[in-house]
Ligand binder design. Sequence first.
Ligand code: SAH
Length: 488
Amino acid sequence: MLLTISTTHQPATDLGYLLHKNPARLQAVDIAYGQAHVFYPEASATRCTAALLLDIDTVALVRNHRGPAGEGFALEQYVNDRPYVASSFLSTALVKAFNTAMNGTCKDRPDLPETLLPLEATVAALPAASAEQLRRLFAPLGYEVETDAHPLDPTVPAWGDSRYYTLRLRHVACRLRDLLTHLYVLVPVLDNDKHYWIGPAEAEKLLHRGAEWLPQHPDREFITRRYLRFAEYVNPTLKRLLTADEAATDDMQGAVPLAAETAAADDQTTGAEQALTGSDKEPTAEKQKLHDLRLARVAEEIRRVGAKRVLDLGCGEGKLVRRLLQQPQIEHVLGMDVSYQELVRAQERLHVAEMPPRQRERLTLVQGSLLYHDPRLAGYDAAAVVEVIEHLDEGRLAAFEQVLFARARPGVVFLTTPNATYNQKFEKLSAGQFRHSDHRFEWTEAQFSAWAAEVAARHGYQVRVEPLGPEDAQVGAPSQMAVFEMIG
Ligand code: SAH
């Protein structure tokens, strides 16, 4: 079993730092039932490739009663595909050989783990139901997927292809640890054989390793079931994953529960803003109106400043993007969201596939997180961040601040967030509760203004904070907007 990882990032030998493995040395680590060898077939400044070669000992597997049950032919315990194919053993080897890289640490070069690199990975002999299955699992994570099928027997073409593929993944800008984590979870999912290590701890590992991307993956249920095959932990794990996904969708979007199990929780979380209307007859329409108002206001502000290149960060299903595309002065809109599902929804709602080419060129939709430096965000006149920051952990706001105000540095930023004081208007919300289950915090006007003033001062912007939405005499408006303008 061979996995190779290449980069053309400059200098390419940074890969050695990231993997914590010196390109000049051949190294081996012991894993259960075999060894993993790490070596570099190429290591120049322009291109570097690291290889992980697995050597599985089938005899050791049999001794430990972990080999295939042998219900097939006499020697099946010894003669099987385990030594040759990418399986759960690869995952075991990845954490053993590249533990530091998977955890995103790099002592010598602390900036490297967060850097988005051009990466290529090849997995030789990966079992899969079809090439389409490989595409379905990896493409949503941003990879260009290429597969080579292998005939069952080249001398007997009539037998057709085997279930083994060579998989090549290419990503233009990906953190190495994300690539490793995707392989860690998805390779055992594809290998339909028994995994030798499933237990409650594995459910936790899946939640841990998949936390950032699995909830948004369109095939998350399949992935979770396969990963935890035969395990009774599937349901609770699935439930936690699905709840996390639901949490990633906005309070305004009337999230459809993804499984019966999550329906009850969903009712509770969407109820709060419904109470706002006073009439429960058309609560969704009312919520929508409020949200439309917010978006109309932000779009109008962007028109007023005459921005030509605009970012919509945390764009969701693209409601603001639609309004922005209607403004003729805008030359380009880049919508970014961490949720692949939201982006698919945006593509559908905006009818991207049917857009005339001129219009199509004005829009880019990308998957990305606002917590990681992303060179694609540089060079814009304006950025909208509408009802997004409250979905970020308060402790990660400093990272968000770096990404937007230190690195991307748009000329003007329109950033909105709920006004916590207004929550008194929501009858169903008891004191101290947030409007939506995924809100990590909600700020009063004083808190928001203080944060905005500090951010502005640190990065050379001036800022003003305004109420957003119809104002109540006692508690103010439901939302608030900070307008940051770069000085000079
Ligand atoms: N701005 C949109 C959607 C707001 S809902 C609108 O007003 O309609 C919040 C959005 O932020 C969701 O789509 C969610 O997927 C996205 N989001 C949450 N965390 C994010 C992160 N770290 N990076 C980018 N987007 C994120």
